[in-house]
Design a protein around this ligand. Structure first.
Ligand code: 6PG
Length: 464
């Protein structure tokens, strides 16, 4: 009998199955696409078994069955559950490793619970390479069921620089997919920050692609050590095969999306989470499609400050921290609203390796949520002394960068949003009192006073 099963054998499912096999566990694979099974069958050995029907697949697995569903999110997942249900036994464990919407995962978790089936919604990050060599895994659902599959998940997951697996139990219901959704929102935010920094480097500092590639490579071993820094350097370096130029200069500047970042924004709005940088990153992708492309490119004729590149590095470091801070802030609000006991240190650890947003800063975030071995609650990441210090050290650079980009006419939606966020979070005199006065004026919506308790209303209209 096989210890683990994988349904869906396109590149992610196949690579995850191979990863399981490569760690010494036996695995069966099945797909509704016969050509995928045939490709999988090329790896057949005493631990890897291709199967050719739902029944053969299910019957090949030891009980309780542990089945990873690695297919396109949406309706196909529900269809797969309907195919599997009559063949399963109570206590079997289903893991959805796709980018499913957490609302769907909540529903499926409770539907499966009625049948005595444990349903785990698991975020998987790291792309096809990660799937084969070590992804970051974010499993949510029933904790006992997680403990049953934990040995396999821990074996296949990426490992942090200090050797801990990038997987741990996230929380109940759809919380695993929620955390993956937030991961992707942060991914959108940091990617857009890189794009804006690139724009300033080329248009204000006048750097060539190779120079920019070297700058990012240097930052990767200095203040912004991250996977996205590393690949940005590589993307900028790559020569084209069709022209003598770099590929980057022939890539159409219209950003696509499958939408998981947009989901974070949708839920953030429903929770009232101040995730302005994620919002700007989502909208920047919309803008890349919506812009008319009339007009001229920016040419900066002004002075190029000697500390421009240093200020850009510090701005990127700080803006990256703001993206994480907003992600963790939304997680905290979701945990309260949905009654999930999320473990922020574990989430930071899960993201330290294997995933797209991995960076050395995640270790600092893990530390921020720890206090002498115990979990520390933070309303905002910047309340932690390490991040407060980072803010104080780098905010002048970010202000300088926003100033010069404004002068040059370069849009900086996420960098500006990062600065505005930082100018707001420790600000006791934000001007929302005026909004409240206006609301009370036109709609008698009432307000609270800053000098006494209770709900107030003012008669604003003077008697004539
Ligand atoms: C990951 C990625 C992965 C995928 C994104 C792309 O963690 O491995 O996030 O899930 O690359 O979903 O998203 P967009 O197509 O929306 O940019």
């Amino acid at each position: 009998m096989q210890q683990f099963g994988v349904i869906g054998l396109s590149v992610m499912g196949k690579n995850l199955a191979l990863n399981v096999r490569n760690h010494g566990f036996s695995v069966s694979g099945y797909s509704i696409d016969r050509s995928e099974i045939d490709a999988f069958a090329k790896y057949k050995d005493d631990k890897l078994k291709p199967t050719y029907s739902w029944k053969e697949f299910v019957d090949s697995l030891e009980k309780p069955r542990k089945i990873l569903i690695q297919i396109m999110a949406g309706k196909p997942v529900d269809e797969t559950l309907q195919k599997l249900l009559p063949l399963l036994d109570k206590g079997d464990i289903l893991i959805d490793g796709g980018n499913s919407n957490f609302h769907d995962t909540n529903r499926r978790y409770h539907e499966m619970e009625k049948h005595g089936i444990h349903f785990i919604g698991m975020g998987v990050s790291g792309g096809e390479e990660g799937a084969l060599h070590g992804p970051a895994l974010m499993p949510g659902g029933d904790e006992d069921a997680y403990n049953e599959v934990a040995p396999i998940l821990k074996a296949i997951a990426a490992k942090t620089p200090d050797g801990r697996p990038c997987v741990s139990y996230i929380g109940p219901e759809g919380s695993g997919h929620y955390v993956k959704m937030v991961h992707n929102g942060i991914e959108y935010a940091i990617m857009q920050e890189f794009a804006e920094i690139y724009d300033i480097l080329r248009k204000v500092a006048g750097k060539t692609d190779d120079e920019m590639s070297d700058i990012f490579a240097n930052w990767d071993v200095h203040l912004v050590h991250s996977y996205l820094t590393e690949i940005t350097s590589k993307v900028l370096k790559k020569k084209d095969t069709l022209t003598p130029d770099h590929v980057i200069d022939h890539i159409l500047n219209v950003a696509s999306y499958k939408g998981t970042g947009n989901w974070m924004l949708e839920d953030g709005v429903s929770l009232g989470a101040p995730i302005s940088v994620v919002a700007e990153a989502v909208i920047a992708r919309f803008m890349s499609k919506a812009t008319t492309r009339e007009g001229k490119s920016v040419v900066w004729n002004g002075e190029v400050p000697a500390d421009l590149v240093d200020n850009l590095e510090k701005s990127l470091q700080l803006a990256q921290a703001v993206s994480y801070a907003q992600g963790f802030q939304q997680l905290g609000m979701a945990a309260d609203a949905y009654n999930w006991n999320l473990r922020y240190t574990a989430i930071a650890q899960n993201w330290e390796a294997g995933c797209i947003i991995r960076s050395s800063m995640l270790k600092d975030i893990e530390n921020a949520y720890m206090d002498g071995g115990k979990f520390k609650k933070l309303k905002n990441l910047f309340q932690d002394p390490y991040f407060k210090d980072l803010l104080n050290k780098n905010i002048h650079s970010l202000r300088a960068i926003i100033k010069i980009s404004t002068d040059a006419g370069i849009p900086t939606p996420t960098l500006s949003a990062s600065l505005n966020y930082l100018e707001s979070i420790f600000n006791p005199t934000l001007p929302a009192n005026l909004i409240q006065g206006q609301r009370d004026y036109f709609g008698a919506h009432t307000y609270h006073r800053n000098d006494r308790v209770g709900v107030c209303h003012t008669e604003w209209y003077e008697e004539k």
